[in-house]
Design a protein around this ligand. Structure first.
Ligand code: 5CA
Ligand code: ZN
Length: 473
């Protein structure tokens, strides 16, 4: 089956994740999909990396999926934010439950009643935990695999507790840096915005969000970091005893990433031939294609292919040999679709000359190396990833524009991110959203250098901030 051109992004994306065997999209519940073995390997490599970053100074935990109604209903703003998105378990078998149970849409109300029990004194702080779980959200906007799910299968949520607001603020900065490192390594470029009041996480003091620009110019929120202040601590009575013997409410943060990071990885690097994956995260990092002519030296070539495979595996690579009956063209097509970064061909002349014919997925140029120099391939694959990163960063920057007027901003917000001066007033923010027919992403905090033009694009009064707007997923 032909893959649609990437310029038809939605069709390209849907077709690709299915034909490349990332997700099976035929599960008979709306907004719920199946990870296939190849997709799961990709997920595992990405999440192993995310885990390794968190494991530096967080501990992993696992809280229950079900949240009793009375806990869920404690924090007023949190409820208002989520009430129309919650799935409820109301029955056990034929009996109606005394206490309805929510399927977690996120885990504050599952975790914080227990934090209340765990935290006694300042010596218990800071507390930093995370879990990687599924969460359920009854999304009413158009659902899409990996992007807008009703069962988010790969929700990494971190929750931290601190003695002071200053420490919580430091933690927000650390979390932002952790996410920067994560997305930089994936080669996913981003802008960081402080969301406007009306779009922050329900119950948070403020929310910082990472947005990437998808190939069609719409932005995707790929991660968020929230400063919760003492809002939840007051609700769940999370107090600690200070060295002076006083009892104070703790300050909290939380930050989350979902499989949208994999959606972005696929969307940003992929091309008309299929997936393009950074070497580090590719489920299959090299495919060896034996070039066999009738009878001629078949055994010798297969032996050589096995040797090269073991050699690369010793270096930690994931390698397959494609000795199927397919024609070479069909083999190339198949492994390009799957984004295998390195292809190695071995035929009679390679065996005779002790060479390898190599090509990289993203530039497709073939070249020869001496088989003894096989150790150089890892370095070359890494350099290739650097080029991939630079390319995606250029792509994003081409889609960001500083705009001097509402008209210019409106024109650009359909193609990428329009930046402009904003005074910070809600009334101007709302007017921007209405007139641009796009979302106000908030105040630019990182990922791109831009100076405020000095005046608000709406009221022309003093604008201390650069704000951004775009169509969003
Ligand atoms: N408790 C906080 C921090 S863990 C929280 O739930 N934040 S959140 O609502 O912003 O979600 C964290 C991230 O999950 C979002 O930034 C977004 O990238 C992703 N996400 C949210 N809803 C969905 C969804 N329906 N499908 C896929 N990803 C989602
Ligand atoms: Zn204004």
């Amino acid at each position: 089956m032909e893959l649609p051109e990437k310029t038809r992004f939605s069709e390209w994306f849907n077709e690709l994740i299915f034909t490349a065997e990332i997700m099976d999209v035929r599960y008979p519940v709306k907004g719920i999909y199946v990870w296939m073995p190849f997709g799961f390997k990709l997920r595992r490599k990405v999440y192993d990396y995310l885990r390794s970053l968190l494991d530096r100074d967080h501990e992993e935990v696992l809280f229950p999926l079900l949240i009793p109604e009375h806990e869920f209903m404690k924090e007023a703003e949190h409820i208002r934010g989520f009430e129309d998105e919650v799935y409820w378990v109301t029955h056990g078998g034929l009996e109606e439950l005394d206490v309805k149970l929510a399927l977690r849409p996120t885990s504050e109300t599952a975790i914080y009643p227990i934090f209340n029990l765990w935290i006694r004194t300042h010596a218990d702080l800071p507390l930093k935990v995370y879990q990687i779980v599924n969460v359920f959200r009854y999304e009413t906007k158009h659902t899409r695999p990996l992007i807008r799910l009703r069962e988010v299968t790969s929700f990494k949520e971190a929750h931290t507790v601190h003695a002071t607001m200053e420490e919580a603020e430091n933690q927000v900065e650390k979390a932002v840096n952790l996410y920067r490192e994560f997305f930089d390594t994936l080669g996913i470029p981003y802008l960081i915005f402080q969301r406007p009041e009306w779009d922050k996480f329900p119950g948070a003091v403020y929310t910082l969000a990472f947005d990437t620009i998808m190939p069609d110019g719409k932005t995707l929120q790929i991660g968020t970091v929230h400063n919760l202040g003492t809002n939840f601590a007051e609700t769940f009575d999370i107090k600690f005893e200070t060295p002076d013997g006083d009892h104070e409410y703790a300050c909290q943060t939380c930050y989350g990433i979902s499989e949208r990071c994999i959606a972005a990885l696929i969307a940003i690097h992929g091309d008309n031939s299929g997936l393009v994956l950074p070497f580090r995260f590719a489920p299959i990092q090299a495919v060896i294609i034996p070039v066999l002519f009738k009878g001629e030296g078949r055994e010798r070539i297969m032996e050589r292919a096995e040797e090269i495979k073991s050699e690369l595996e010793r270096r930690g690579w994931d390698v397959v040999i494609d000795d199927s009956e397919l024609r070479p063209g069909a083999k190339y097509y198949r492994w390009e679709l799957k984004g295998v970064p390195v292809r190695i061909e071995i035929g009679p002349s390679e065996v005779e000359n002790n060479t390898l014919t190599v090509s990289f997925r993203n530039d497709k140029k073939k070249f020869e190396i001496e088989a003894d120099k096989i150790h150089e391939l890892t370095g070359m694959a890494m350099e290739n990833d650097d080029r991939l990163r630079e390319k995606s960063r250029r792509f994003m920057e081409e889609r960001i524009r500083m705009c001097g007027s509402i008209e210019e901003a409106k024109e650009h917000a359909g193609k990428g991110v329009a930046l402009f001066g904003w005074c910070g007033k809600t009334s101007c923010g709302e007017e921007i959203e209405n007139r641009l027919e796009s979302t106000l992403l908030g105040i630019l905090k990182g990922g791109y250098n831009a100076e405020s033009p000095g005046e608000c694009v709406v009221c022309h009064e003093n604008a201390p901030y650069v704000a951004g707007s775009a169509r969003t997923y």
